[in-house]
Design a protein around this ligand. Structure first.
Ligand SMILES: N[C@@H](CCC(=O)N[C@@H](CS)C(=O)NCC(=O)O)C(=O)O
Length: 315
């Protein structure tokens, strides 16, 4: 294994669907990595000290560089381990459009949220823990109401079958993966919700079983595995690694005339109940920004994220 400052550390938890998306890409690339287990609900102090307040999972840490969300994490893994490509079939541009559907969050039509609602309406033990429901309501900024989800179940099941049927049709010509003969980010994106449905009590698994090509594809994706996972890192160790490391060299360049490198900015995360982060903009392209938090308890950090994570304003 490489030295601590260069090790890929994935902050995650086993059940987390978006972590599974990244773990599948690590598997595709047979990449070496270590996990750092994080809590499923707040508080997450050991994570927040690294991310400047962002609480979601997964987060990739490499020394004093932190990467989120999965779009940015997979971009970084691709840069470090280019082959096999995570964009082999779907292509770099349309990957974002396709994962917009596979990863659809609350209020967006698509696979992930449909799966969440299907699972959380009476098919999932975890959902019945009041602390979990309260935590997710705080993240969403709206009630996370199992009873309302139950009432909408017939509609949800129609929507779920609609999503699964799209995947079944995509596989209809006998292809191995969604965009051809190689697994890519589109497969990882769709797989994480299918895999998540299997954490339930079985009602949704019975729906999955109506789609034979999908089941065969799911088995192929699962067989790819999670790559070369080393021994886990404790939360304290992850913080010590960040503290001891220096952020990787970065070309300080921004594509935005109104936001040059060096601008003092405030990032207002798009999640409810998440404090804003004051930072200095270091680099920006058309997809991602890299920032240095104005204050940090763990020394110099650089945080890399897509624009979709937070609104930017000047300080
Ligand atoms: N767009 C984000 C979504 C990440 C996300 O919502 N992750 C879930 C877990 S799979 C989460 O953070 N839930 C709240 C939590 O774990 O605290 C990404 O692609 O990384």
């Amino acid at each position: 294994m490489t030295n601590a400052a260069e090790t890929l550390i994935l902050h995650h938890y086993a059940m987390s669907p978006f972590s599974e998306k990244v773990r599948v890409i690590l598997g595709l690339k047979s990449a070496q990595w270590r996990g750092c287990d994080q809590p499923v609900v707040m508080p997450k102090d050991a994570l927040l000290v690294l991310t400047g307040g962002y609480r979601r999972i997964p987060v990739l840490q490499i020394g004093a560089d932190l990467y989120f969300d999965t779009t940015r994490i997979i971009d970084e893994i691709e840069r470090r381990v280019p082959l096999p490509s995570a964009y082999a079939g779907v292509g770099r541009g349309m990957a974002s459009a396709v994962t917009g559907w596979t990863d659809a969050w609350a209020g967006q039509p698509g696979l992930f949220w449909t799966g969440v609602v299907a699972l959380f309406s009476g098919d999932f033990d975890v959902a019945e823990d009041p602390a979990f429901a309260a935590d997710r309501a705080a993240l969403l900024g709206m009630p996370f109401d199992g009873a309302a989800m139950m009432a909408a179940l017939p509609e949800t099941e129609r929507q779920l079958r609609g999503c699964l049927d799209l995947l079944e049709r995509q596989l209809g010509d006998g292809r191995q993966f969604l965009f051809g003969s190689q697994l890519d980010i589109a497969d990882a994106g769709a797989f994480h919700t299918i895999n998540f449905l299997r954490y339930g009590r079985g009602r949704n698994v019975r729906i999955l079983e109506e789609f034979p090509r999908l089941l065969a594809w799911e088995a192929r994706v699962r067989a790819v595995g999670h790559g070369c996972r080393g021994e886990d890192v404790s939360r304290e160790e992850a913080i010590a690694i960040a503290r001891a490391a220096t952020p990787a060299p970065l070309e300080r360049k921004s594509v935005h005339a109104d936001l040059p490198s060096g601008t003092a900015i405030r990032l207002s995360y798009n999640d409810a109940n998440t404090p804003p982060l004051d930072a200095v903009l270091l680099a920006a392209d058309h997809q991602f920004i890299s920032v240095s938090p104005a204050t940090s308890q763990v020394g110099d950090l650089v945080i890399h994220m897509p624009y979709s994570t937070a609104r930017i304003s000047k300080r």
